[in-house]
Write a protein that binds this ligand. Structure first.
Ligand SMILES: Cc1cc2nc3c(=O)[nH]c(=O)nc-3n(C[C@H](O)[C@H](O)[C@H](O)COP(=O)(O)OP(=O)(O)OC[C@H]3O[C@@H](n4cnc5c(N)ncnc54)[C@H](O)[C@@H]3O)c2cc1C
Length: 431
């Protein structure tokens, strides 16, 4: 009988170490550095690699990776427990070698790359000597990949790519992009697309804009990219032609649950801030913490965080158990749906309870509220994942041809009466 909510003491020691290391060494660098992906930033070069070295020597580098790729092969439950800490900091995932989107792109290369590609792209990516981008969404439609038009055709030994992609995060810092492209427009919708590695310095790759988030950021990191006659070697196709969706699933399943693990960290941090504030601030002659409507916010937040965390951990456990993302599609989509809601709810309450300070840029809540929409959109919008959950759930049920439900009480009563007729007759006779 294995049904346990405790962490092994040995691993708990690691988590305690991670917690302190993130708080003391990494969270402070979030306050002085820009993007964790900007490998050309001189300050980053001085501050981040020494911390990565500490993590490596502790054996905690790339914990999502198996030993064949230089990680300890911890599996998703242990990774979830780690990410519940790492997600507090923008730089912590990079310091521990498990940052998105590189982690997902690495999964694709590990599965579908040739030995030469693994050497050229995967190995430096895993060492964080380079970073990558995932280029799937198009400006005229993201939620429905069936409308994508960026296309490629074979010309001799080269694929030639033309089209536009939108919101390719970190493209400006990336050495290569994993790009999803139409290769057979006449095929059925789910066999039209293929996946390619495109080195960013290939002639014809042009970043039109680096789109920012919210209204404050002058220039952001989400690339609006035009691909014009981009020629890449024939072998830069990942998987077979028409297999783009299959290849994409290699990264999206893991990517979604990893975002959720980090979201647990973010909402827990906001909850801590909320609790500290209500125990510090007085109004109408008493602490905020003593007002019932404030208590409701604290109680609702705690319950929602616990519920979400358990859903994430159970999904992580199921991934480890089945080792097949197709078997946990429903669970992952459910987590994906729950994530932005709990993120938005907790950050909204934290903001409200901090009053004007909460709205200001001196606290992280308004940025977190925008980021909750990032979680509602990236890797597919909430609505699409709700459809997946409903479809998967309904597969486990069948309808009835009867006019009334199989659980219609008059019928159940009649069946029960027939079954216990002997006893009921005795009862009547005794009366
Ligand atoms: C911060 C951020 C980072 C991102 N990073 C990347 C990246 O690195 N690479 C990449 O390729 N993409 C990335 N994306 C893009 C993301 O995947 C898309 O935004 C998402 O797939 C939705 O596509 P769209 O924005 O074109 O919205 P649309 O497809 O125009 O949909 C708009 C809205 O319509 C509704 N909707 C859509 N479909 C349905 C439906 N079937 N039923 C009901 N309602 C529906 C939803 O409310 C949806 O939000 C990122 C997005 C964000 C916000």
């Amino acid at each position: 009988m294995a049904w346990d909510f405790e962490t092994e003491p040995e691993f708990q020691k690691e988590l305690d170490w991670i917690d302190e290391f993130v708080r003391e060494e990494i969270e402070p660098i979030d306050l002085v550095l820009g993007s964790p992906y900007d490998l050309n930033c001189e300050k980053r070069r001085q501050l981040v690699p020494p911390l990565q070295e500490v993590v490596r020597s502790r054996g905690l580098w790339g914990c999502h990776l198996g030993p064949e790729l230089g990680g300890p092969g911890y599996g998703q439950v242990k990774l979830a427990l780690m990410n519940e800490i790492l997600g507090r900091s923008a730089h912590a995932p990079t310091v521990f070698g498990c940052q998105a989107p590189d982690s997902g792109n690495a999964e694709i290369l590990a599965h579908y790359g040739s030995e030469e590609q693994k050497e050229r792209y995967l190995a430096p990516l895993l060492r964080n000597e380079i970073v990558s981008a995932y280029s799937m969404t198009e400006p005229h439609g993201g939620a429905d990949p069936k409308v994508f038009t960026t296309h490629a055709h074979l010309d001799g030994d080269e694929w030639v790519i033309n089209g536009e992609k939108w919101f390719s995060s970190n493209a400006r810092y990336a050495s290569f992009l994993i790009v999803m492209v139409v290769t057979d427009p006449a095929a059925p919708p789910y066999n039209r697309l293929s996946m390619f590695i495109v080195p960013k310095d290939t002639p014809g790759v042009e970043i039109l804009r680096n789109v920012g988030i919210g209204t404050g950021e002058a220039e952001g990191s989400h690339g609006y990219i035009r691909y014009t006659d981009v020629r890449i070697p024939k072998d830069h196709l990942l998987g077979a032609t028409g297999q783009g969706f299959v290849v994409a699933q290699t990264r999206l399943g893991g990517g979604r649950i990893h975002h959720a693990m980090r979201t647990v960290a973010k909402i827990s941090k906001a909850f801590d801030q909320m609790c500290e504030r209500v125990l510090s601030r007085e109004t109408q002659g008493g602490l905020l913490a003593h007002k019932q409507m404030v208590q409701e916010k604290i109680a609702d937040s705690w319950i929602e965080i616990e519920q979400f965390r358990l859903l994430v951990l159970r999904t992580a456990w199921r991934i480890d158990r089945y080792k097949d993302y197709r078997k946990v599609r429903k669970d992952i989509s459910a987590v994906k749906v729950a994530m932005p809601k709990v993120y938005l709810d907790i950050y909204s309450r934290a903001l409200q309870l901090h009053g004007a300070l909460g709205v200001s840029n001196e606290m992280p809540f308004s940025a977190g509220i925008i980021d909750s929409f990032h979680m509602a959109l990236a890797d597919g919008p909430t609505e699409v994942h709700k459809i997946t959950v409903a479809r998967q759930v309904l597969r486990e049920y069948v309808g009835t041809d009867d006019l009334f439900p199989t659980t219609h009480l008059p019928r159940l009563r009649a069946e029960a009466r027939a079954r216990f007729a002997d006893v009921l007759e005795l009862e009547v006779a005794d009366q």
